[in-house]
Design a protein around this ligand. Structure first.
Ligand code: PEP
Ligand code: MN
Length: 335
């Protein structure tokens, strides 16, 4: 439930109301805008008499929130959130390109890709150390060694790193990782989300293969409810009846999520399409529709990649795509 306070109400009046609400066993989220203060009541408000509140002198309106997500809700937090990843910002007009191989394979591979994508304007380096593979016989990632190699690439290039976690017991291994990714398959691994909520690391939360935006937001809520508000949402395509593409990129998720939440929204055209030649047009479309970041898989030798070669761009092609993305962002600015 949100309570909109009339402009010109005194601080004393607002404080009295907050004390009264707290005495009814609700938590209060206070959003102080330029012109208006909004109170978000957190707790079971179903038995609270809205008329009682509406009749108060300082109350302009009382609205019940039907969405069950509170921390992620734009109604409680009208300004866009900015996630600062060691100086690389995402959100509220700050845009970041995230690039790197599907999986970390060797020191040479990750360092070369890191150098090349950085030169093309990528702000963050991605690379999987723990890989969720459909077949148990496929390459599962270099695990702890993969994280070590990412850290070496970070040391060499200065790029913050993004890598996926699959097991809450691994959190200590991610101590020096800058952004922890929760992959599509773990979007509703609630125990993992709760543990990540206790960390202070930015989390890149990918949409599940067959999950609604509300479910994505509820998963973000799990992390935020634990005290970690640094969540970046990622649209990476959903499963539909279409089979030519690996998934179907739901670009309407970007403006829809931006209406619903203050959290930044990133698009991953690589996993969404599964086809390298589709990454450029889909990345351009993502840039045009207001994504706060774009994540692209890049491999120095896609034909020999241990994972997701067919959707990986060469560093040369990534340079071309990155240049186009920046031009599109300029072109749509202010439109
Ligand atoms: C990945 O980013 O490497 C990955 C496995 O993506 P997703 O979870 O979206 O399939
Ligand atoms: Mn991949």
């Amino acid at each position: 439930m949100i309570v909109v306070i009339k402009p010109n109400s005194s601080k004393q009046q607002i404080d009295n109301l907050i004390d009264w609400i707290k005495a009814q066993n609700f938590e209060v989220h206070i959003s102080e805008g330029k012109y208006q203060t909004i109170l978000g009541l957190i707790g079971d408000t179903s038995r609270l008499d809205t008329e009682l509140l509406e009749e108060l002198d300082i109350v302009e309106a009382v609205k019940r929130i039907t969405e069950p997500f509170k921390n992620a809700n734009r109604k409680f937090h009208s300004e866009d959130s900015i996630i600062d990843i060691n100086g690389v910002k995402i959100g509220s007009g700050n845009f970041a390109l995230i690039a790197g191989p599907c999986s970390v394979e060797s020191k040479e591979q990750i360092c070369e890709v890191a150098r090349r994508v950085k030169a093309s304007g990528a702000g963050l380096l991605r690379g999987g150390a723990f890989k969720p593979r459909t077949s148990p016989y496929d390459f599962q990632g270099l695990k702890a060694e993969g994280i070590e190699l990412l850290l070496e690439a970070k040391k060499e290039t200065g790029m913050p790193i993004v890598t996926e976690i699959m097991n809450a017991n691994h959190i200590p291994m991610f101590e020096e990782v800058d952004v922890i990714q929760v992959g599509a398959r773990n979007m509703q691994n609630f125990e993992l989300l709760k543990e990540l909520g206790k960390t202070n690391k930015p989390i890149l939360l990918k949409r599940g293969l067959a999950n609604t935006l509300k479910e994505l937001l509820m998963s973000a809520e799990y992390i935020m409810a634990g005290g970690n508000e640094q969540v970046i949402l990622c649209e990476r395509g959903i499963r539909t009846f279409e089979t030519y593409t690996r998934n179907t990129l739901d670009l309407s998720a970007v403006p829809m999520l931006k209406q619903l939440t203050h959290l930044p929204v990133v698009v991953d055209p690589s996993h969404a399409s599964g086809i390298a030649s589709l990454v450029k047009p889909m990345a351009f479309a993502a840039a045009a529709c207001g994504a706060d970041g774009i994540m692209i898989e890049v491999h120095n030798n896609p034909a020999c990649a241990l994972c997701d070669g067919p959707q990986s761009l060469t560093p040369d092609l990534f340079e071309e795509v990155a240049t186009g993305i920046f031009r599109i962002r300029e072109a749509v600015k202010g439109l």
